[in-house]
Design a protein around this ligand. Structure first.
Ligand SMILES: *[C@@H]1O[C@H](CO)[C@@H](O)[C@H](O)[C@H]1NC(C)=O
Ligand SMILES: *[C@@H]1O[C@H](CO)[C@@H](O)[C@H](O)[C@H]1NC(C)=O
Ligand SMILES: *[C@@H]1O[C@H](CO)[C@@H](O)[C@H](O)[C@H]1NC(C)=O
Ligand SMILES: *[C@@H]1O[C@H](CO)[C@@H](O)[C@H](O)[C@H]1NC(C)=O
Ligand SMILES: *[C@@H]1O[C@H](CO)[C@@H](O)[C@H](O)[C@H]1NC(C)=O
Ligand SMILES: *[C@@H]1O[C@H](CO)[C@@H](O)[C@H](O)[C@H]1NC(C)=O
Length: 533
């Protein structure tokens, strides 16, 4: 038996090794191919043409490109800063909707979008300033999950998926961009919607469903659990390392033809991520503004001082403070569009936004005040919508407190799946600290400088004028003394005629006043200019 078996097993072993080596060499080939693809992309992406070292990145160019990474709080920047600073006419048409936008044809000044950095290939690179906001990847991923659920749940008002899908197709209007038209929601929401309907149908079939656990991230009867969501092909392609891919220009939505191969290679071989991370870091370096969702107040203040102040000064110098806002040009970015009343509510939001439209006399300080008021309003309406929407999947509910219910191993899983974003976020924090320090120093030095300026004004005043000023003062003093002397003498000589004396005194005083005026006019001393800010 053993003698018979031996050659067969030997043969099998040979085959097995052969097969293994074939597989291994295929894998090596593929890795080698990926390595090359990524390297080529990285080389072209960090060419000198990409960077402009001679230019001050902090000076605002003709076009401001807001690279809006989803779920970083960019919406409040868009509505409460950018829309207050720019006229509707200055905003690129249908910013968030790339299908309808051709930047070459438009002379617009503001472009806010979820499109990735590859859009730069269509923009006038030398005349474009880029800004973005980065968020802790764990918070960003959790927020993406919650928002997918929130928007999808709005459709549960419909009796079935067919009706919901048909309805959402019908309500797409001319001037309203629905969340469903915008990447990445156009993939994430319909997918989640389908899932919610399937689970609802399953519950209906089962009859009574008792939900014992109240952890909204793991409530299988109601919605796709978070850990399942994280490990889907869609999440791998769209959500994980989303910030890095978007800033590198490698998203699932990229305009660059090789982007998809590069991305897939990086997703497959983790150690190929490094060149992508490096490109993303260099891009952050060259951006005009990098905000942090977590440092909300400081970020807003940095924005107002770095970007806001320059837009405001442009408004003053270009002298086009036309307050007229064409309603046709206004495009509302709706967060969804599952029913009519929401659209109506959104429209009224637009109207209220436009009341406090941009004006020539806005300062950084008033901009911040307008912003604060606006975010309070925006957050309130967003909160209401969220509660109204999540009510349809009750008892699942996402609130500030519920994120503590996410198990530690899931948090670790998110960090591991978003390893590049974790690094990029660290780097963005470093940039932020530097920029923040720089701007605070600048602000201190400008206030110091104004004092110095004031001293210079005194110093530059010609000595001659100074002496004239002194001599005028001396002369006035002399006149006053003389007047006192004469007055006193008269009082002594004729004590009886007191009334008469008083009227003479008035004449005398008005004479000396006139004298002062003449002296001032003659010397033309710029007294007012001394109080320049
Ligand atoms: C879905 O709902 C609509 C509206 O109630 C109904 O007309 C349609 O027959 C339903 N479709 C299915 C497949 O149940
Ligand atoms: C982007 O991702 C979605 C969802 O996974 C997919 O349907 C779509 O085909 C992807 N697009 C590209 C260009 O890969
Ligand atoms: C601003 O525009 C008005 C009319 O449009 C013009 O009369 C005025 O001279 C302009 N001022 C500057 C500083 O360009
Ligand atoms: C629309 O807004 C009104 C008042 O602002 C509110 O009562 C109503 O519930 C809102 N509708 C929806 C669907 O959010
Ligand atoms: C601009 O000035 C006008 C008139 O002086 C004033 O009514 C308005 O409130 C000011 N706007 C801002 C934003 O300060
Ligand atoms: C969800 O939580 C919010 C905030 O705590 C609360 O206002 C709302 O009523 C909750 N929704 C449901 C359906 O319990």
């Amino acid at each position: 038996m053993q003698m018979n078996h031996h050659p067969i097993s030997k043969l099998a072993l040979v085959w097995l090794t052969l097969l293994c080596s074939v597989i291994v060499s295929f894998a090596e080939l593929e890795f080698g191919h990926c390595e090359r693809v990524v390297k080529e992309w990285a080389d072209t992406s960090s060419s000198p043409r990409e960077e402009h070292p001679n230019k001050d990145k902090r000076s605002l160019q003709d076009l401001l490109f807001f690279l809006h990474v989803p779920r970083t709080g960019g919406r409040t920047y868009f509505h409460c800063f950018l829309r207050k600073l720019y006229d509707n006419a200055e905003e690129c048409p249908r910013s968030y909707d790339k299908l309808h936008f051709d930047p070459r044809k438009q002379k617009c000044k503001l472009l806010a979008t979820h499109d990735d950095y590859s859009l730069m290939s269509m923009l006038p690179r030398e005349r474009t300033s880029v800004m973005t906001i980065v968020r802790d990847p764990v918070a960003r991923v959790l927020s993406t999950y919650e928002f997918s659920v929130e928007v999808a749940a709005r459709f549960l008002v419909h009796p079935n998926l067919t009706s919901a899908t048909m309805m959402s197709g019908r309500i797409r209007k001319k001037n309203v961009i629905s969340t469903l038209d915008i990447w990445p929601w156009k993939y994430l929401v319909p997918w989640m919607r389908e899932d919610l309907f399937a689970r609802r149908d399953a519950r209906k079939l089962k009859g009574v469903v008792i939900i014992e656990d109240d952890n909204p991230y793991d409530m299988e009867e109601m919605l796709m659990p978070l850990h399942t969501y994280l490990d889907t092909p869609t999440a791998h392609d769209i959500i994980h390392n989303g910030a890095t891919f978007q800033i590198a220009g490698l998203t699932n939505n990229s305009r660059l033809s090789e982007a998809h191969e590069v991305r897939h290679c990086v997703q497959k071989y983790k150690n190929l991520g490094e060149p992508v991370l490096q490109v993303a870091k260099r891009r952050l370096d060259s951006m005009m503004y990098v905000g942090l969702t977590e440092e909300h107040r400081e970020s807003a203040s940095l924005f107002a001082n770095v970007v806001g102040s320059q837009v405001l000064s442009q408004v003053v110098t270009s002298n086009i403070t036309s307050k007229t806002t064409k309603s046709e040009a206004s495009v509302k970015v709706s967060e969804s569009g599952s029913d009519k009343s929401e659209i109506q509510n959104s429209t009224s939001e637009v109207a209220s936004n436009k009341i406090e439209a941009k004006s020539g006399n806005m300062t950084v300080k008033t901009l911040m005040e307008v912003y604060e008021g606006c975010i309070t309003h925006l957050r309130k309406s967003q909160g209401t919508r969220r509660v109204n929407s999540l009510k349809r999947i009750s008892p699942a509910n996402f609130t500030r407190g519920t994120r503590t219910r996410v198990p530690n191993e899931v948090i670790e899983q998110i960090k591991s799946l978003n390893n590049l974003d974790v690094e990029l976020y660290k780097y963005a924090k470093e940039i932020f600290v530097k920029e923040h320090e720089l701007v605070s120093k600048k602000m201190v030095s400008t206030s110091k400088r104004s004092i110095v300026d004031l001293q210079n004004v005194f110093g530059e005043m010609e000595a001659e004028k100074m002496w004239k000023l002194v001599s005028v003062a001396l002369m006035l003093l002399l006149l006053f003394l003389l007047f006192l002397f004469v007055n006193a003498r008269r009082r002594i000589t004729s004590k009886v005629k007191m009334k008469k004396m008083k009227s003479k005194k008035i004449v005398c005083e008005s004479d000396s006043l006139q004298l002062i005026n003449i002296v001032k006019k003659g010397n033309n001393i710029p007294l007012i200019s001394l109080v320049h800010p």
